[in-house]
Write a protein that binds this ligand. Structure first.
Ligand SMILES: Cc1cc2nc3c(=O)[nH]c(=O)nc-3n(C[C@H](O)[C@H](O)[C@H](O)COP(=O)(O)O)c2cc1C
Length: 480
């Protein structure tokens, strides 16, 4: 199933006893998000609805993506099953008959996923007379955060040349009642549209939706290749067309199930200090220059709910989202790098700082070929350290990975450093912002084809015969 809107999801959580409703007054300054954090740290993982937030009449919902079960309910399936579906959708069949039926299937699936655009909202949405961000319960999460930040915004922009839409999730620091920061990293879709607007000198229209059905929020986070529309992606997963509505003051469309919409523009010449902000990495992202979003129009659903999230420590819901992305996109990565058996983007490595990948190794230099393919593929370009292991290693078994890394490498031969390359904007260790180096570790076994002329030792393994004999005996000894 997919949810019509955020409020239906809250009802669903209430019905399946995974909602904590707090009616006591809670402060949006540090307290609210810390309650969300504690709910996750203690493993309860309920979605939390705060009905009485100090300084605002609007309730807040958090921990929307708080468990794998909730993620599956939002997706209507497991991430792996969706990954298989996506792979089947774009797979080319090998005979004419199935080519025709596959073509029909593709037509149905893709045609049925295209968003439906409406001219205006229904009577349940109201355009506000004034712009006043002070109405909203925007939270400050960590003590050294520069200000309150909008943390779950669905940000819509359009490429002026191609008309192609981008939808991404980028945090927004509240500067005053009408302006915020726009923290899209330089490599992201929104930043690409901003770069275009700098070239042309024309301000960039932006629509920000705060609160949609959770699947649309997830689609904004999904690392889709440029040119693939996130709203159509939502439609492919939900098997339903997403209803969009035309902007009132911007040449953009956005989901009709919005709780709150901010329409406005970004001036191509203007940037402002953004941050610090307690980030996914477990550190504060420090101040940097980012574009400024000026809000011209606000539209609100009657009785809206404001969604928020917290990032910064390992147990937050971004871990659930990150793992869902990994499982969903593995089948698509395998289409392009078929020798990949499995991949582990580890949450303790902030996902892309260290990526473990197992391969069916077939030729000399194969591990390096896979590293370079990963560094060249979409947001996997942010992978700081790529470790390649043989297919006998389970990439999710940390001990097995460390064993392979420590017993199968000769550092001088197997560690590759690539200087002067892309880093994620959240990388604090590179000397320059957005520019640093990569490390590839080839932890596969070597043979003479790669200059290893010694015999490779066998891995310890008992014979099957002795193993089953002893297992039987151990059962008997355990009884005595
Ligand atoms: C809660 C949350 C907050 C995020 N904040 C940012 C952000 O501030 N800046 C950014 O560039 N990416 C951020 N991301 C990651 C992007 O949403 C993600 O990379 C997405 O694929 C970007 O879409 P795009 O490729 O269309 O730009 C965030 C992700 C999550 C889950």
């Amino acid at each position: 199933m997919s949810f019509e809107d955020l409020q239906e999801y809250i009802q669903f959580s209430m019905k399946n006893n995974s909602l904590l409703r707090i009616d006591e007054e809670v402060s949006p300054d540090l307290e609210l998000t810390h309650i969300l954090s504690e709910e996750q740290r203690t493993g309860h993982g309920r979605t939390v609805l705060f009905s009485n937030v100090k300084g605002s009449g609007i309730p807040v919902v958090g921990n929307i993506f708080s468990t794998n079960e909730k993620m599956n309910a939002i997706l209507g399936s497991t991430p792996s099953e969706i990954g298989q579906r996506l792979r089947n959708l774009i797979r080319i069949p090998d005979d004419t008959e199935s080519m025709i039926s596959r073509g029909m299937e593709m037509y149905r699936e893709l045609g049925g996923a295209k968003p439906k655009v409406h001219q205006s909202f229904g009577s349940d949405h109201v355009a506000q007379d004034t712009v006043d961000l002070g109405r909203y319960p925007v939270c400050r999460t960590w003590p050294e955060d520069a200000a309150p930040f909008i943390t779950l915004p669905v940000v819509v922009t359009r490429d002026r040349e191609t008309g192609q839409r981008n939808v991404g999730m980028y945090r927004m620091q509240v500067y005053d009642s009408e302006t915020t920061g726009m923290h899209w990293h330089i490599h992201k879709g929104g930043a690409g549209h901003f770069a275009e607007s700098r070239k042309s000198g024309v301000p960039l229209d932006v629509a920000v939706v705060i609160g949609t059905d959770p699947l649309t929020m997830f689609s904004a986070v999904a690392p889709l290749p440029e040119g693939i529309d996130e709203f159509s992606f939502q439609g492919i997963i939900s098997k339903k067309r997403l209803d969009l509505v035309k902007g009132m003051t911007v040449d953009l469309e956005y989901p009709r199930n919005a709780e709150i919409v901010l329409e406005g523009y970004i001036d191509p010449e203007e940037t402002r200090k953004e941050g610090p902000f307690g980030d996914h990495t477990g550190y504060y992202s420090l101040e940097e220059e980012f574009p400024v979003f000026h809000i011209k129009k606000v539209i609100e659903r009657k009785n809206p709910v404001y969604p928020t999230t917290i990032v910064g420590k390992l147990w937050q819901e971004d871990v659930i989202m990150g793992k869902a992305v990994e499982r969903m996109f593995l089948p698509l990565i395998q289409m392009q790098i078929p020798e990949i058996v499995d991949i582990n983007t580890m949450e303790e490595a902030v996902f892309h700082n260290m990526v473990i990948v197992s391969i069916r190794k077939r030729y000399p230099g194969h591990a390096k070929k896979v590293m370079f393919a990963i560094w060249g593929m979409g947001q996997l370009m942010f992978s700081k350290i790529v470790v390649v292991v043989d297919s006998d290693i389970d990439v999710h078994d940390r001990k097995a990975v460390i064993w392979a890394m420590s017993t199968r490498i000769d550092p001088d031969r197997d560690v590759t450093i690539i200087p002067g390359t892309v880093t994620d904007s959240l990388d604090h260790a590179s000397s320059l912002f957005n520019y640093g180096s990569k490390m590839g570790i080839d932890a596969t076994r070597k043979d003479a084809s790669e200059g290893y002329v010694r015999p490779w030792p066998d891995v310890l393994k008992m014979t099957d015969e002795i193993d089953s004999l002893v297992r039987e005996k151990m059962k008997k000894y355990a009884l005595e």
